[in-house]
Design a binder for this molecule. Sequence first.
Ligand code: AMP
Ligand code: MG
Length: 427
Amino acid sequence: MSTARKLIDDCFVHDSGRMRHDDVLALLADRLAPVAGVETVPVIEAAGRIAASDVTAPIHVPRSDNAAVDGFAFSHADYRERGGRLVPAARIAAGTLPDERLPAGACARIFTGAPMPEGADTVVMEEDCLVETDGTILIPEGLKAGANRRLAGEDFRPGDPVLRAGEPLRPQDLAALAATGHDEVAVRARLRIAILSTGDEIIEPGRPAHRAQVYDSNRPMLLSLATAPATTVTDLGHVGDDADELRRTIARAAGNHDLIVTSGGASRGAEDHMLDVLDRLGRRHLWQIAVKPGRPMMFGQIGDTVLIGLPGNPVAVRVCFALYARAVIGHLAGAAFSRPTGYPLPAGFEIARKKTGRREFLRGWVASDPETGKLVAHKFPRDGSGLVSGLQAATGLIELDEETSTVARGDAVRFIPFAEMALPTGT
Ligand code: AMP
Ligand code: MG
């Protein structure tokens, strides 16, 4: 029962004019639809997968009224009439069915989770009772009717929602499925993602590099970012700035992946080929965004396979993944297209001049201001979209919108933790 709507195959964005962040998100949300198929898996293997359909409870949970404590079950009316003196007439352990209705004037020894016998509506804790020499139980005054009793269906009733389609399955969702008797659940098939690094200067770590060479740091980062229970990730390795080889590699990968994410070669230089590869193999929906870092990001499709071409700089890769690729993956994989909310914090830094007309995302973290002791957003002090060390220092992004031209210390800025921009893992 895979979703019928596939990617809309048409292009209204050309390469003149850069698209603003909000419009990029709107475009992605509009053009994409879940493509992952549906499969049934055991509930105990479903953590982090994405629910493919709504699930409701077929039964009452708890299945019957039951005791919330170890003690004695009785009729509250009886208890009031007889001044709390009741005679034990039955014993009901958890997992057993009470075999008969409680006679008038009687109580039942009962254990936590055991079903209430017919005729009883209240439970008293064992340690609050006195047992008289003739065995009569003396129950203290003041117990309310229904005390220490759990009601059938107070957790779930037949037809109550247990899961909604599109939600990643958290441990508590697995508990809810199991509690309502499900041993299997329909989830989205894992989204098949391929990761490729490009560039003549890029080489594998572990080998000696000369001065003009750069170790491939994007690929380990992207492989790790794309890995989640809802995905399966292929490492396509690295290809140089060779248009034919890039085209061959990407065409082949498009045959058996839902999404290809590349880094590098995304600009319009003589050594940049990704744009040409995408235009020749498929259709471009977006290139050039009014966002720093990340300006030459591209988004398009080759058949039903989505291609995201990220810039080469590791910071741009990390930021564009968090802002865009993450939402794309989640949505293709069956979740709602989600935007992080973040929260406002006073700036613990100042910026004398920021270009207007583009949105900027700074690498940042939250810490107390040494002077005021209040929590503020700090930014990594150096620019440079190649600085991996700045990414390491950051725990999230500070967002400065298009209109912002300066930031004074204490101005409110939005901080978005990286944790809010990770793929759903179910935890
Ligand atoms: P490009 O987008 O190809 O112009 O690359 C922009 C910058 O990112 C250049 O300095 C590249 O050397 C660098 N870069 C590209 N790919 C990678 C990679 N896989 N790992 C580290 N740096 C990269
Ligand atoms: Mg390059």
